[in-house]
Structure formats: C-alpha cells, structure tokens
Ligand binder design. Structure first.
Ligand code: UDX
Length: 433
C-alpha cells in the first residue's frame, strides 16, 4: 500500500517508520524544512529506542521517504494519515484543532482516486465528521472515506507498542474503507493483534476514555499512597496485592510524583471539556486533573519538610527530570513544577538526567547539569529522585551518601529499598511507605 503521513511528531514519525517496516511505501510530510532536511539526513529528532535503526533500514530499501510536498504525496496515496499536533488551547482546555483542519483542507485539494483519510491524532468527539465535511466542501467530487485510528503508543516503548499492540482501534463506516484499513494492518492481524472495528465516534471516545482511565488509576494509587504513609502501610505491597486481582491488573499502579507527558494532561483536560459541553460532566476526571496538579506542589512541600524547611543556599541534586524514563520529553513533567519551586526557595539545584538536558536547558534555566550522579552528589544536602531511569537504580547508595554534606533523600519513584537507604546513611523519605 502507498501511505502518506502528515506530521512528523512523535506519533507521525513512529507510525510512518513502523508502517514502512510492515512493507508499505510510506511518505512522511512536514511543513518545517529544517525537520525534513534533518530526517533526510538520517537524524531522528526524538529519543526513542529502536526508531533510528528501523528508519535507516526502511530509507535504505526505498520504502520510506520525507518531503515538504504535500500535494504530490497525497495524490499518490491509498491512505493519508493525519498525525499533526492537537495541543491544549490556551484559556479553555479544548484541543486545538487548527492543524488537523488545515491538513484536511490541504489534503482535499490534492486527492486523486479513492483515498482513505485516517485521523491518528487524538481528536475530540465529532472531529472525524468535521474532517469529512471539510474535505467534501473543499473538493465535492473527491472519492474518499474517513477513518478514526487513534494511537496508543507510549513514549520510550513506542516501537514495541506499535508492533505488538493490545489492540488496534479503527473507526470506519464503509466496507471499502474497512478493506483498506485491514490491508494496512494485515501484518499485525497475522500476529493475532485484535482489531476493533467500530463507528467514528466510538473510536474517538475509546482513546479519551482509555487515557483518562489510566490517569485516574495513577491518581487513585497516588492518593492511596498518601494514606498509606499516614496509617503505616506500604504502598508497594498494597499495589502488588491489588494488582493480582485480574479485574484490576498490575499495570499503572505505581505511586509517584504525579503523571505528566504529552497525553494524559492534555487528554484528561479535553475530555473534561467535552463532558461539560455536552452537559454530561465527567466529574471523576475533573477531580483527577486537580489532584494531579496539586500533587506536584505537594511533592515540593515534602522536600522542604525533609530539609527542615530550609533549602536556601543548599545544594539539591535532582535525579531525572523527564516525565518518565527512556524519553527526552519534558512535557508536563513534575520536574517543571518541583525544580523551579526549589530554585525559587533559594536552593542550588544540580540535575542528572540521561536524556533530559536537550529540552531541559531551556525549560530549567537556573540549574547546573551534571553527567555523573556521584560527582553531582559532592557536598550536596539532599537528593531527589523524580524519574526512575534504570541508570539510577543500581547506584551505590553508601558511596553516594559518602559524597554528600548531609545525606538526605526523597525518592519519589520508590526505586530504593528504605532499609538499604537507611543503612547506607540516608535520612530517607519515599512515597506511601
Ligand atoms: C500514555 C499512554 O500510556 C499511551 O497509551 C498514550 O498513547 C499516550 O499517553 P505516555 O504519555 O508515553 O503514554 O507515558 P506512560 O508510560 O503512559 O506514562 C504517563 C505518565 O504516568 C508518566 O508521567 C508516568 O511516570 C506516569 N505513571 C505511569 C505513573 O506515575 N505511575 C504508573 O504506574 C504509570
């Protein structure tokens, strides 16, 4: 199949690269010349394990290319995927659909022959119908169908998630379009990945409901963790015991400093707005949003408490600033609330993060970047773990404590054993235990 991907952000690039690995001919389109030039030169703009290798292989065998020329790429395609950004609109929490609708208009003008236009971006209820309307308005004689095909990949595990998904969701309303989508996903179907065919609105809803549910699950366990601290229970045991119930499941039950990233904050806000607008508020999700925002501030208080309410002039080492490990993404990361609050309170913050510096230098301007945790710990007054990079799990705690002026640690990802940390000499606090 000939596929065109509009937008080379996270979802667009990963999907385009993976589709080319299925054996399809894929053209990725973007409006930014610098981005296309870099991709043509083999540079991958995001840190995603495995992506660079597959991209190089597909380019070498001629199945993947990059262009600024949308009309040509669309004219050739059997299916055109819209994978442009849908950021939160300032002021009202709605998803900003400008890029999606602009892309639809441009695609409409270039269609030749029957084409399926597939929305991969996460879009509010009714957007696929609107895309259909726009295309029909713009090009009344075009032969096309629209399909909603939300993407569930996680950053840092994107290739694995794309290649071995729990399910593929396809909103589609004609047999002809369903046939095209089935052919595109045939390699996954052959590996027995379930494909859920449904109507456009249900496909749109599945994506929001799934992400909001996961955000709720995390928020739930975070609140249970706080209560565990008060009553002397251990959240790790509690999560384990709960997760063994198949109806609950053991995933997304890790308590931490609050969820971040490019999806959960944006999608929970968008779903809350959609509910309000249809006079059917999702109150539980509205609460989740507030609790998660509040949590990031609470984490700062926890650090202050650990440091006897005095951080001015103290050296604090933050391990991990990306919103989770195996990514360089800082979007809505808890560190963006916690680090500036510490700096604001007068602390000298040193940061170690295997990938965070590229984005972080601009977002966290008043910190010192360090490569080595032991170096960073020299004469420090406290260590704060914000992201559970594997690189931090195996640190020699006694050596780390030995480097410090005052061996205090706030481990907000529970990556160390409290007894071991104490034996190593730390005054140690973590989450929910
Ligand atoms: C998420 C969804 O998982 C994915 O299906 C969707 O397509 C996009 O949004 P992503 O944002 O890449 O993916 O990261 P994810 O691994 O889901 O983590 C999101 C946030 O939740 C991170 O900040 C992470 O630290 C936090 N989290 C996750 C927890 O605090 N506890 C957990 O148990 C799991």
């Amino acid at each position: 199949m000939k596929l065109t991907m509009i937008g080379t952000g996270y979802v667009g690039l990963v999907s385009g690269v993976c589709f080319s690995d299925f054996g399809h001919d894929v053209v990725c389109v973007d409006k930014m010349p610098a981005k296309i030039d870099a991709l043509k030169a083999g540079e991958v703009p995001i840190f995603e394990p495995g992506l660079e290798e597959i991209m190089a292989r597909s380019v070498a065998n001629g199945r993947l290319s990059f262009t600024l020329d949308l009309p040509e790429a669309v004219a050739e395609a059997d299916a055109v995927f819209i994978a442009v950004g849908t950021p939160t609109r300032r002021g009202d929490g709605h998803a900003d659909l400008t890029y999606v609708f602009d892309a639809a208009r441009e695609i409409a003008r270039s269609l030749k022959g029957y084409t399926v236009i597939v929305t991969k971006s996460t879009v509010p209820l009714g957007t696929n119908r609107k895309v259909e309307e726009i295309i029909r308005e713009e090009n009344p004689t075009a032969e096309f169908d629209v399909s909603s095909n939300p993407e569930f990949l996680r950053e840092g595990a994107a290739i694995e998630d794309f290649m071995r998904p729990d399910r593929v969701v396809v909103g589609v309303e004609s047999e002809r379009a369903q046939d095209v989508m089935a052919r595109i996903y045939r390699p996954l179907a052959l590996r027995e990945a379930p494909i859920v065919y449904t109507d456009l609105e249900s496909a749109e809803m599945i994506k929001y409901a799934a992400n909001a549910f996961l955000a709720t699950k995390i928020t739930f366990i975070n609140e249970i963790a706080d209560l565990c601290e008060k009553v002397g229970a251990d959240i790790k045991s509690v999560s384990k015991g709960m997760g063994m119930d198949n109806r609950i499941g053991n995933k997304f039950l890790h308590a931490g400093p609050g969820y971040g990233g490019s999806c959960f904050p944006k999608d929970t806000k968008a779903l809350a707005r959609i509910g309000q607008e249809h006079a059917s508020p999702i109150k539980i999700v509205e609460q989740v949003i507030d609790i998660n925002d509040e949590r990031k501030r609470k984490m700062t208080d926890k650090i202050l408490y650990l440091c006897d309410d005095k951080v001015a002039g103290k050296k604090i080492v933050v391990l991990g600033v990306t919103f989770k490990p195996n990514t360089d993404d800082m979007r809505d990361s808890p560190s963006l609330t916690i680090v500036p609050a510490l700096v604001g309170a007068g602390a000298k913050v040193h940061v170690v993060d295997p990938q965070g510096r590229k984005e972080g230098e601009e977002l966290l301007p008043s910190v010192v970047w360090e490569a080595d945790p032991y170096e960073a710990a020299k004469d420090a007054d406290a260590i704060v773990v914000l992201t559970e990079w594997n690189e931090f799990r195996g640190l020699d705690l006694a050596r780390l404590a030995g480097e410090m002026q005052d061996a205090k640690m706030a481990d907000f990802r529970n990556i160390y054993d409290p007894d071991e940390a104490k034996t190593a000499g730390f005054t140690y606090t973590s989450i929910g235990r």
